[in-house]
Design a protein around this ligand. Structure first.
Ligand SMILES: C[S@@+](CC[C@H](N)C(=O)[O-])C[C@H]1O[C@@H](n2cnc3c(N)ncnc32)[C@H](O)[C@@H]1O
Length: 300
């Protein structure tokens, strides 16, 4: 046992995984969807959550005679979904490219309800590891089993806190540090304390054989103050959940700089640039809270 707090899918940071799954469900239902996640909606419906999390575009927009608060709510979800579509597609393509370059080992850090093991098409002999909190992964596996999902690769779950000794758990799950790996930290870094994030980067670096890839979603350094805006607080009130309380307020390392300084070849693009790549424009919803970059890096 470790000394860290834990959570399930309907508490603490776990709820953010459910919100992202809801976003992927809504994205999948759009005519211009950038991804298709056939499992996302099942997670929300099986969770029994009582918070008002929408799962379809139609349900979200179904508010005749909207008040100002309704409009803010719909705008928030519309912008979030639009961005989640972009980020999901961007990292789908990252894995496609890493696979094409011959990488056959994948580690998804803070996998939450990510279903790439099931929804992407993988080449033969891919070993994919998902790390997250035990109760989150337990819930995920129960739902996937219930809906009869079949992974397209060899999938291993590694239930552990990323502030604890996760490398040891990963190695025990048969991760091979001699093989190149494609790592992903998507939707994780805002929730990790700065020291844990730096330790995580150092461990990724240590466990990466030549030919490894790393990708991460980085938030704007001002994310905390942006999320403290009064309009954003309206959204928390309606959701019944204080997302600001989830963000540690210590100093955060600059992820791109960290990898660059450790001799990885880094490419960081703004989320807006990524959106443009897929023909989307990200609105400036609620104080620019969705600003930030998408990083890919290679270790040669
Ligand atoms: C916003 S969700 C993102 C999940 C997934 N990467 C995605 O994009 O769908 C954040 C995830 O980070 C996980 N997480 C945050 N801090 C963690 C920690 N210290 N150890 C393990 N998992 C953590 C949560 O359990 C949750 O599943």
């Amino acid at each position: 046992m470790d000394e860290y707090d834990d959570w399930d899918i309907v508490s603490g940071v776990g709820i953010t995984a459910l919100m992202v799954a809801a976003g992927r469900a809504i994205e999948s239902s759009r005519d211009d969807a950038l991804i298709e996640d056939p499992y996302a909606e099942s997670f929300v419906t099986h969770s029994g959550i009582t918070l008002p999390i929408p799962t379809s575009w139609a349900a979200l927009n179904d508010s005749e005679g909207r008040s100002e608060a309704d409009t803010r709510w719909v705008d928030f979800w519309a912008a979030l979904v639009s961005y989640l579509g972009v980020r999901s597609r961007f990292f789908d393509e990252y894995f496609r490219d890493a696979s094409a370059a011959g990488v056959r080992q994948v580690v998804i850090l803070a996998a939450g309800l990510d279903t790439r093991a099931f929804r992407l098409s993988w080449p033969a002999h891919v070993e994919l590891f998902e790390i997250d909190q035990p109760k989150v992964l337990e819930f995920k596996d129960t739902v996937l089993e219930e809906v009869g999902a079949l992974a397209g690769c060899a999938r291993h779950v590694v239930p552990i806190d990323l502030r604890a000794d996760w490398p040891e758990a990963l190695l025990r799950a048969n991760f091979d540090p001699q093989r190149p790996t494609a790592w992903l930290a998507e939707g994780l870094l805002p929730y990790l304390p700065g020291t844990a994030a730096e330790a995580l980067f150092a461990q990724v670096h240590r466990l990466s054989a030549a030919g490894s890839w790393f990708a991460a979603e980085e938030s704007d350094p001002d994310i905390r103050s942006r999320m403290d805006a009064p309009a954003f607080r309206d959204v928390y009130r309606r959701l019944g959940y204080d997302m600001l309380a989830l963000l540690p307020d210590d100093d955060r390392p600059d992820t791109t700089r960290w990898f660059h300084d450790h001799d990885w070849q880094t490419t960081a693009i703004s989320r807006a640039q990524a959106a443009k790549r897929y023909g989307r424009t990200l609105g400036t919803v609620i104080g620019g809270v969705l600003q930030g970059t998408l990083l890919t890096a290679r270790w040669t």
